[in-house]
Design a protein around this ligand. Structure first.
Ligand code: ADP
Ligand code: ASP
Ligand code: MG
Length: 411
């Protein structure tokens, strides 16, 4: 019997009525003959509330304790979900990350999955049960609870779909698919019927909160068909899949905004072999994930090195830089945490010229100053002042006509 994984996000399990509605999706799939594995997130804004509770007691809570706390949100959802299915006459069992041996590394609050033991899930499915798994959590080798980073239930779902060989992984959420940009910020954004893993990975890594970026990495690596769709309407959503030739015709498929960033600039670093390696070895030691790196030689013996990180890693990154400042002969460190990044993404950029010019012109017309620019083969990103970021995103979306489906754009 084919397996389907259905993931329900926080808003889709926020209250009893929503859980009941979600169980209807599950029961539909059972009636179609599927073995169903459900992954559920914490209810509504519960994870935010737990974070706030922690910060009220400790401005810098130990990360291990944070994971211990945050994982409780998902544990509540899954048992309630199983109870709702039981009430509807369907046998179900809820399991935590630990109970399915979702083994991760020990990077608390942003752990990465190493392996999953699918046996227990298969056994329960064989018994005819619907299996409800707590998203976002795992255990490390010491059996301590870990979490996968905010939004990480998507990754639990896609990883399980990969391990179980599921036919599809459905992501039920509060939007009916992936849009050209966040519809909450740009209400005219257009829904996409499909999007390639590479584009979705860039969008997700650059702030498109609709999917956790690690989920897309798993999807691409293990060939999982991902369907992002609405939990309240029965419409088709967006399929995330391998690139097909017509996708190349679309120059810019989406735009993102990423806030909560910080940029560290190491000014006047000794221009000699090994210094960049020293800086990023320290970052890795401190478990700081580095986004974009920019280095320029400014004289024969000095270079400037800048990089962006998530604002939540700023304290760890600053301490790491302080440790090695002298070794790398750094003159001064300049830090900004009032920035945001606006990006455009599209596989079609590989074969088109003029995209950078169109983006910079749009920002100039909107009177937005660009702090720095980074690019990859399929994206262009500009760091701007945080208080100008939404204006910048709107200007870019207008310039690339992201208010309409790709086939209706002039360019
Ligand atoms: P869930 O709790 O179901 O995981 P999330 O809040 O994590 O839901 O993700 C859904 C939200 O992602 C949407 O409400 C939307 O505001 C936001 N979002 C950001 N970028 C996009 C995009 N490109 N397309 C659709 N939604 C987006
Ligand atoms: N509950 C977690 C969060 O709010 C995980 C998730 O929703 O995917 O980030
Ligand atoms: Mg989410």
């Amino acid at each position: 019997m084919a397996i389907i994984v259905q993931k329900f996000g926080g808003t889709s399990v926020a209250d009893a009525e929503k859980i009941r509605r979600a169980t209807e999706r599950v029961i539909d799939a059972v009636k179609k003959g599927y073995h169903v594995v459900v992954v559920a997130s914490a209810r509504g804004k519960q994870t935010d509330q737990l974070v706030a509770d922690a910060l009220e007691l400790n401005p810098d809570p130990p990360k291990r304790e944070m994971d211990q706390l945050l994982s409780t949100g998902e544990q509540q959802s899954v048992s309630l979900f199983a109870m709702a299915l039981d009430a509807a006459g369907y046998a179900a069992i809820s399991l935590t990350g630990g109970q399915i041996r979702m083994l991760t590394d020990s990077a608390h609050t942003k752990a990465r999955i190493i392996s999953v033991d699918a046996d227990r899930i298969h056994k329960q499915l064989e018994k005819g049960k619907i299996v409800i798994i707590a998203g976002f959590q795992g255990i490390n080798e010491e059996e301590d609870i870990t979490t996968l980073g905010r939004g990480g239930s998507d990754t639990t779902a896609v990883a399980l779909a990969a391990v179980l060989g599921a036919e599809q992984c459905e992501i039920y959420t509060d939007v009916d698919g992936v849009y050209t940009t966040d519809p909450r910020i740009y209400p005219n954004a257009a829904k996409m019927q499909q999007i390639s893993y590479d584009e979705m990975l860039e969008l997700a890594s650059l702030g498109a909160g609709v999917m956790h970026s690690r989920a897309i990495e798993f999807g691409k690596k293990y060939d999982v068909k991902i369907h992002v769709r609405s939990s309240s309407e029965e419409t088709e959503g967006t399929i995330i899949t391998h690139e097909v030739p017509q996708m190349e015709g679309v120059v810019v498929s989406g735009a993102t905004i990423q806030k909560d960033l910080a940029k560290l600039s190491l000014v006047g670093v000794g221009n000699k072999p090994g210094n960049a390696a020293r800086v990023f070895a320290q970052m890795a030691n401190a478990k700081v994930v580095v986004n974009d790196i920019m280095q320029t030689e400014v004289s024969p013996d000095k270079a400037n090195l800048s990089f962006t990180i998530s604002a939540s890693d700023l304290k760890a990154a600053r301490e790491a830089v302080e440790k090695i400042g002298k070794d790398i002969e750094c003159d001064s460190v300049f830090i900004r945490d009032d920035i945001a990044e606006v990006s455009v993404v599209g596989v079609g950029m590989r074969n088109h010229y003029g995209v950078a010019e169109a983006m910079f012109t749009a920002l100039a017309k909107a009177q937005v100053n660009i702090d720095s620019i980074t690019t990859s083969e399929i994206r262009i990103s500009c760091i701007v002042d945080e208080d100008q970021a939404e204006k910048a995103l709107k200007a870019v979306c207008d310039a690339f006509e992201l208010d309409r489906p790709a086939r209706h754009r002039a360019k």
